[in-house]
Design a protein around this ligand. Structure first.
Ligand SMILES: Nc1ncnc2c1ncn2[C@@H]1O[C@H](COP(=O)(O)OP(=O)(O)OP(=O)(O)O)[C@@H](O)[C@H]1O
Length: 675
């Protein structure tokens, strides 16, 4: 028998609009677990009973359930003229239907894409949901994409319509193909076809003459085991791939993640600021909110340049998700502020942090012991920190999408703000393992989502094997890439993550490496770069980013960048950051710019980094793992520079290509003759 999700509380009032019946439509018959074809259905990985056996739902059904039960609750909040304006679930549904009608009117064909290129906003959500209701494939495009990268996505998903946030983004689109002026474009890839471009308000009216019956007829043909969304991977390991997610992938995963983290229907608040084209933000901000009738507050586009703190204080989210770099930045800022405090305040903070760390380790070890003085520390320090961060209502602070350092985890534990690690991929519709407030272990990514399974493939003697996923969160396939899909999914349908991991005796999963970025030297040694890179960053606090080199080369070397200030566009500048300046001052160096340090090979700084490198080399288990050479690049890595992906993961192929000449210098290689 199929299971059901815990029901949300019922609310008798129905929205004043035609609603289609909520009975689950049948699945499209399918034999295979995967496909690379846009209009093909897949077989779902249904369990016979319990978690994983729940009735599959379409996005429309999940949405409708929330509208029926929480129609008047606020669904979205955005700032207009310095005031928060909310949109109810009923209104959000009405607007999504209006957008769907307009897409149909514009000629959106079934299983064709709608590219959405813009910062997080109600329009982003409405365009996404509207596209799905109209039978299209919603495809977020990163705002940081180059014109060519936008074109790649639009062509790959055969977009009929692009929804573009502003002139800046539109200019990119105009550079690559057609000539037109405003916000929505029609059928861009059909030669000689007419184009229309309209502003949002006009777009929302375009479909007014499309009847409810017409739209409901389309909605009635949606099937839970068919594709509705494309998530483009950010390309840390190669060209972006279109990850096809079905309705069931989204609705099942949103429900499973929310149930596991004990979300409360109608009470959750999140702040949306991470790129929605990334799976983590999209599932957290959009789909979990739909399932649990949460309220999404939209941050300003300059969130990561400084305004996020103010938004958090106003929205006071009940859960908050940050990628590691966001938490690290918060830590850097708080430490810099702490360093300016009076000696007394510093002593109090130091004492409280000791208690915070002790207490949170005791909770983690399942022997919670409130140390003497903890309550005082809570009143004097922890509560104030939470309030200052806008996290005073936050039941869970999550980190995910990339590895996190122990130092940052312990820093937040010491402030009684333990970070809960999540692990997953675009190909698993987001989360595969989840850490919970009362069930987590430091450096672990938590336990597998209920209803899913983990297999560690070909484990070594320490139990490290490739992490493989099974469950209803596993994607349908890569659009138009059957070969890549067959590489990712084995014959039995397990998704191979390309990550190395192991379980401890309590079944916590630890990610111990990435096979997909393993460096294989010319001598055949397999070397995971991240532990060495993290060690350098920990040993030399002036270092912002480190990238190990050595793939198919004779020895290891490393690129380093220094911590610097960012300008108003988030671009790295030549000015050293306060932390880097402090590092220099400790060494008696007066330089304030990266260029000064690099141009002079500033002896004291270079010597200090060399000593750090020697300490790390001394700990390495073989000569092949020692870093023989390193150099400092004159500009830090950034999203805009292309070296970092949207979740701030290093894009190694981009750095290698960009700095090929420097690699040649390091290895005294002669570039291949041209032509
Ligand atoms: N908590 C975590 N700890 C360590 N690594 C993580 C964690 N969460 C995610 N990752 C890494 O991120 C990967 C998934 O990232 P994602 O699906 O976002 O790909 P991507 O950034 O689009 O890049 P790519 O182009 O390489 O697929 C995982 O396979 C894993 O390597």
């Amino acid at each position: 028998m199929a299971g059901t999700w815990p029901c949300c509380p019922t609310h008798t009032e129905l929205p004043a609009m035609p609603l289609t019946p909520a009975a689950a439509p049948p699945l499209t018959p399918a034999e295979r677990l995967w496909t690379a074809t846009r209009d093909q259905a897949v077989k779902l990985r249904m369990e016979g009973s319990g978690p994983g056996s729940e009735t599959p739902l379409t996005v429309h059904q999940m949405f409708l359930e929330t509208v029926q039960n929480f129609g008047d609750h606020p669904a979205m909040a955005s700032k207009e003229d310095s005031r928060w304006v909310t949109v109810s679930w009923r209104e959000y549904y009405r607007q999504s239907r209006a957008a769907a009608k307009s897409f149909l009117k514009l000629g959106l064909e079934r299983y064709h894409g709608v590219g959405i290129l813009g910062f997080n906003s109600p329009e982003w959500f409405i365009a996404d949901v509207g596209c799905i209701l109209a039978g299209g494939l919603a495809a977020g495009i990163y705002t940081t994409n180059s014109p060519e990268a936008c074109q790649y996505v639009a062509e790959n998903c055969e977009a009929n319509v692009l929804v573009v946030e502003n002139h800046k983004q539109l200019v990119k689109i105009l550079q690559v193909r057609l000539r037109s002026a405003l916000q929505v474009r029609l059928r861009p890839y059909e030669p000689n076809h007419w184009l229309i471009c309209v502003q949002w308000a006009e777009f929302m009216k375009l479909g007014e003459e499309v009847s409810d019956e017409t739209l409901d007829a389309v909605i009635g043909t949606l099937r839970a085991n068919e594709c509705c969304t494309l998530i483009y991977t950010s390309g840390t390991t190669g060209n972006p791939k279109g990850v096809m997610l079905s309705h069931d992938n989204l609705t099942w995963t949103a429900a499973a993640a929310g149930v596991m983290t004990e979300l409360v229907y109608g009470e959750e608040v999140v702040v949306s600021y991470l790129p929605l084209s990334h799976v983590a933000a999209q599932v957290n901000d959009l789909w979990i909110s739909v399932k649990f009738a949460g309220t999404t507050y939209f941050a300003s586009p300059d969130a990561l340049k400084g305004s996020l703190g103010a938004t958090l204080k106003e929205a006071r989210p009940t859960a908050f998700l940050g990628v590691p770099r966001v938490w690290e930045k918060m830590q850097e800022k708080m430490k810099a502020a702490g360093a300016k405090a009076s000696p007394l305040k510093m002593r109090v903070a130091g004492w409280a942090k000791g208690l915070g760390l002790q207490y949170n380790y005791s909770v983690m070890n399942k022997e919670p012991a409130v140390p003497w003085g903890f309550m005082l520390a809570n009143n004097l320090v922890f509560k104030k920190v939470r309030q200052a961060l806008g996290l005073d209502r936050c039941k869970a602070c999550f980190t995910g999408a990339a590895p996190m350092t122990r130092e940052t985890l312990e820093y937040f534990m010491s402030l009684n703000l333990p970070l809960l690690e999540l692990y997953g991929m675009s190909e698993s519709s987001g989360p595969h393992t989840v850490s919970l407030p009362e069930d987590n272990a430091i450096m672990s990514c938590g336990k597998v989502l209920r209803g899913c399974r983990t297999k560690l493939d070909r484990p070594d003697e320490d139990g490290n094997g490739e992490v493989c996923f099974w469950g209803r969160h596993v994607f349908m396939g890569y659009l138009n890439m059957a070969d890549k899909t067959e590489e990712a999914l084995d014959q039995d349908g397990w998704l191979h993550s390309g990550d190395l991991g192991k379980h401890d005796s309590n079944n916590f999963l630890f990610i111990t490496g990435r096979i997909k970025e393993l460096i294989i030297t010319a001598g055949g040694e397999n070397i995971p770069p991240v532990p060495i890179e993290d060690a350098v960053k920990a040993e030399a606090s002036i270092v912002s980013n480190a990238m190990l080199l050595g793939d198919k080369l004779k020895f290891l070397s490393m690129f380093l960048t220094l911590k610097c200030e960012a300008d108003e566009n988030g671009e790295p500048t030549d000015d050293l950051s306060p932390e880097a300046l402090a590092y220099c001052q400790r060494l008696g160096v007066t330089a304030t710019k990266i260029s000064e340090i690099v141009a002079n090979k500033e002896p004291a700084v270079y010597a200090a980094i060399q000593e750090a490198m020697e300490r790390i080399n001394a700990r390495s288990t073989s000569n092949a793992m020692k870093v023989q050479k390193w150099l400092i690049l004159d500009r830090d890595f950034s999203i805009t520079g292309g070296e970092l992906g949207p979740t701030l993961k290093l894009k190694r192929p981009v750095v290698t290509k960009k700095y090929q000449e420097k690699i040649n210098e390091l290895y005294s290689l002669v570039p291949e003759a041209q032509g």
